[in-house]
Structures are given as structure tokens and as C-alpha cells.
Write a new protein. Sequence first.
Length: 389
Amino acid sequence: MITILVKDLRQRAKDSTLIVFAIVLPLGMAFILNAVLGGAGEDFKARYAVVDADRGAGNAGFVGQVLEPMRRSGVVTLRPASTVEEARALTQRGEVEATFVVPANFSADARSGRPTTLEIIGNVGAPVAVQVAREVAQSYAAGLRSVQLAVAVAAPPGTAPGDERAAALAGRAGASPMPVSLREDASALRRQLDVTTYYSAGMAMFFLFFAVVFSITSIFDERRAGTLTRMLAAPISRPAIVMGKLLSGVLVGIVSMAILVVVTTLVIGARWGDPLGVAALVVSGVLAATGLMTALATFARTAEQASNWQSVVAMLLGIFGGVFFPSAQLGGFTVLGYLTPHKWFMQGLGDLAGGGSLQAVAVPVAALLGFAALGGALALFRVGRMVHA
């Protein structure tokens, strides 16, 4: 068994296709997804231009109440523009992601209940920043609308929208505290992976199922080349042949996962969590992938057929397991995620993100080992069909 293991590891080390699937592709996909989606919802930054024709309102206007606090907090940078044409040109060139156009008398019209418009000019290449600008404007408009409704309800009959009594009521309504406010509890545990870690772990687990395939399908290659016949003629048991093959797949999977964990941590800042917990998840995940892919291969007749089946199953498991997007987005199919090792692996990492250690991943590790035991038992039961000359 050790001899077969060493021989297979030497062959795998020279297999460029395995290196691509085990290391290059998962790293490349993690880097790309992190570049495209990394930081979504975290450390948001945007550049906005402002055409403020409502200057007379001072700090009571949209710019003073909304945009300036955002600028002081470092969320956005503001660039004043004198005309709409200038701001439109800045937005079109990509120097800012969006422009707020505040018309003259905007604040006065809004307080008096007269119709007015707050315009957003967005760059099509920055949809997230444009959407944030739109939500900010809509939120401000909703606040003004609530003040107008309060004035309409509280004002005596016959009160005109622009008279002193309406203005006084609008001032009191605007100064009233919000009945409901949201705040973040910093002391609460957040068992959620950040975007970088999510896609690093997801791509590592997804391509793991392709990496272990090469060691399993090598049995078919040995049979086709005639070397399997020689091994069966030698005093070697069939389980020893299969175990040697499977061990090479397990070691390849562990090494590739270890490389991915280290590289994504050092290069793109992935936060995998407690090392012992991560190690337990990685080892149990590799065993689960090896067991399931081996069991599936026993139903195939050729290496090509086994690879095709395994590719389809690996893709489906990845989709339902939530490595490309949160499995909650699958709606009624979410429950199917718990039938995949990917879901348990990602859930275990989420538990570690909440500050847990080895004990926190006991259930996910047990589930992964259950997949490994199920697949391994089926593979050993059908080993006689797979290993024959």
C-alpha cells in the first residue's frame, strides 16, 4: 500500500492538470471573485459630485444634513461642481461615481410641501455606488415626506402649506427623535464569513472534489495500461490497492487545501479562523470528498465516464452547498444544502468566524466524517467491481 501511495504521489507531482485544478484554478477564482465582490458591504467608499443650488439652507439642507456627515465619517468623498454639465462630465469620465443635483429652494420647497426634485446622475460602471446614492436620496425624501404627513395631520383646518403655523409644525416634527433607530451591537458574535474568506473557502472546497478525482480515476488508467493486472497477480490484496490510491488522493487534497489556506490568508487577507478548527474541517472535508467521489467512480466503466459523472456531481454539490452564493438564495431548495459536504464545511468556518475553536466545529466535522464513512463504505463494498483485470 505504501509503495502504491509513493508511486502515485510521484505521478501526481508531475501532473500539470492536477496542479491546475488543485491550486491554480481555486486561487485564480478566489482572487477574481475577491477583486469583483470583495468588500461588498464592508469599508464602502464612493466619490460623489454635488451641484448645490440650495446653498441658502446651510446645514439644514440635504448636503449639510446627509452628505457632509458621510464625508466626515470617511464613507464618501465630495467634489463640488458649479453646473450640472460639469458634474455630468465628471460622472461620465469616471472621476466620480455619481452626482447629486440639489435644485434651488429645495429645502424651502420640501418644508412647505411644494413639489421638488433631487436628481441623481450615475456612472453605469459603478452600479453599487450609484445604488447607494439613490438609497440615500430616497431615505432623505422619505423623511421629508413623513414630516409633511405629520404637519398635514396636526395642522388646524385651513392651514396653508407655506404659512407660519405649518412651518412651525414642520420644524417641531423635524426635530422630533426617530421612534425606531438601528444600531450595531459590537458585543454580539457574528458567525458570518466576510466576502474574501467566503469565496476563498468556497472555491477551495469546490475544486477539492475535482482534485481528488485524479487519484481515483487512476485505477482505470492502471487497468487500461495493464499495470493493474500485474499488481493483482502479485501478492497484493485488492483493498491495499484501493487504499493506496485513496491515500494519495487524501494527501493531495490536504496539501492543496493547506496551500490555499496559507496563500489566501497572506495575499488577499482571508480570515479562516482558529487553526485547529480549520485543520479539522479541512481533513474531514478531504475525507468526505474522497469517499463520495470514490463511491461514484465504482459505478463507472471507464475513466472518462467516471470523470464526467464526478464533474456533474461536484458541480451540483457546489451549487446546493452554497460555494458560489449563499444557499439561502435557493429558496425552498435550501434544505438540500445539508445533504452536501460543502454546506457543512462553510457552516463550520462560519462558526469559527464567531470566535469559536475546535469545539465549535464538532457538528460540521461529524457531518463531514459521516459523508466520508458513507462514501467509503459504499466504495469498499463495490471495490471488487472497480478493481478487476
